[in-house]
Ligand binder design. Structure first.
Ligand code: ASP
Length: 372
């Protein structure tokens, strides 16, 4: 009995010890794994911290206020200062949006709004006059992430056509709306229509009168089409913007009053996706300005993207190829601004000047007018 008692006590203690050993063993395994996981997690964190340190997401923005015969000798100091100040105000608006993590599209449209509201540029408020002494405005936007796009042409009562182009993209199943229909859509979307007299500026009206006088002086009036040199020399002044946001998304937009003395509801390149505006996250975002007929025929904005995508050209090389070779060989002139998916920028033009500005992620600002 004693023995059996002893053995049973011993047996019980042995079992308890065994149980504890197993528990201890399991505990040790948990601790070991816990430490390992902690270690892995912390080393992953430090790797990603390192990554963040070395690779802060880049962003950038570039704008134009039109290209053309813009010569220093024809510009007063005060006008030059006014252009530079407005370009700076516009680009800083978009840059701030991008710096705070806003989208490329928001930066593009808000930046263009500033220029549309200024009489200095041929877009919105400062739009040029048609032959019939009216103003017909065109605009387009494109989103490089989705390849979605929106455009309006020939609108006469929209204060900021770039906003309507964005609404066509976001709120309609279409890409391009024109004239009265575009304005009906605008009203349905809650846009306020302005009286067409909003677009009257004395400067632009006088430009039209000068062009008309020269037109009248021409013996062969029937040849008065857009191949005439005086139309070519008419100041451009379209506005445009291309941006890259911190998420790697690209967007572009262009807004214009078109060309002075245009007739027959003429439409230029600005509202044509692929000609005046193009954006593709795989390549770049482009906004054009210049002699629209040639920019349509050369499909300028898309051609730059295509040269990068299919031929592997850099943005700089692609922009040079199209603006310094293809467009002039056809007989056209003008320029583009563009930013690629890595934040590289091109501001290429073959005219005497192009109002332009660029700001990078570091906040460095470049503003230019002439072809220095
Ligand atoms: N490209 C515009 C057009 O042909 C004009 C401009 O860029 O100023 O309508």
């Amino acid at each position: 009995m004693e023995n059996s008692g002893f053995y049973s006590i011993f047996g019980k203690s042995f079992k308890i010890m065994q149980k504890h050993r197993i528990l201890t063993f399991i505990l040790l395994i948990f601790i070991a794994f816990g430490c390992k996981n902690e270690h892995t997690a912390s080393s992953e964190a430090s790797v990603s911290e390192e990554k963040n340190e070395t690779k802060a997401p880049t962003f950038g923005i570039v704008i134009h206020g039109g290209a053309g015969t813009i010569l220093k000798e024809n510009m007063s100091d005060s006008l030059e200062a006014a252009y530079k100040a407005k370009l700076e105000e516009a680009i800083r608006t978009g840059h701030e949006i991008l710096k705070n993590g806003g989208s490329a599209m928001e930066a593009v449209t808000k930046t263009i709004n500033i220029m549309e509201d200024s009489p200095l540029f041929n877009a919105g408020k400062g739009s040029v006059f048609t032959h019939e002494e009216t103003n017909e405005l065109d605009a387009s936007v494109m989103d490089g992430a989705t390849l979605n796009a929106g455009a309006v042409t020939g609108v006469t009562q929209i204060k900021n056509p770039i906003d309507l182009a964005l609404s066509v993209m976001n709120d309609s199943p279409h890409v391009m709306l024109s004239g009265k229909g575009a304005e009906t859509f605008a009203q349905e979307q809650g846009f306020e229509l302005v009286d067409p007299s909003y677009f009257y500026t004395e400067n632009r009206f006088q430009s039209l009168q000068r062009v008309k006088e020269r037109e009248a002086q021409k013996a062969d009036a029937e040849k008065m089409v857009f191949t005439d040199p005086f139309i070519k020399d008419a100041k451009f002044g379209t506005v445009g913007c291309a941006a890259l946001d911190k998420n790697g998304n690209l967007a572009a937009g262009t807004s214009t009053g078109g060309m002075t003395n245009k007739r027959w509801n003429r439409i230029g390149d600005a509202p044509i996706i692929g000609a005046g505006t193009y954006a593709n996250n795989a390549t770049c975002a482009v906004s054009s300005t210049g002699w629209g007929e040639y920019f349509i025929r050369a499909m300028v904005a898309h051609d730059i993207s295509a040269l990068m995508e299919y031929k592997g050209l850099s943005l700089e090389a692609a922009a040079k190829e199209v603006i310094q070779k293809k467009v002039p060989e056809l007989g056209g002139d003008g320029g583009i601004v563009s930013i690629d998916k890595d934040g590289n920028v091109a501001m290429e033009f073959n005219t005497a000047g192009m109002y332009r500005a660029h700001m990078n992620a570091e906040g460095e600002l470049v503003i230019g007018i002439y072809s220095e």
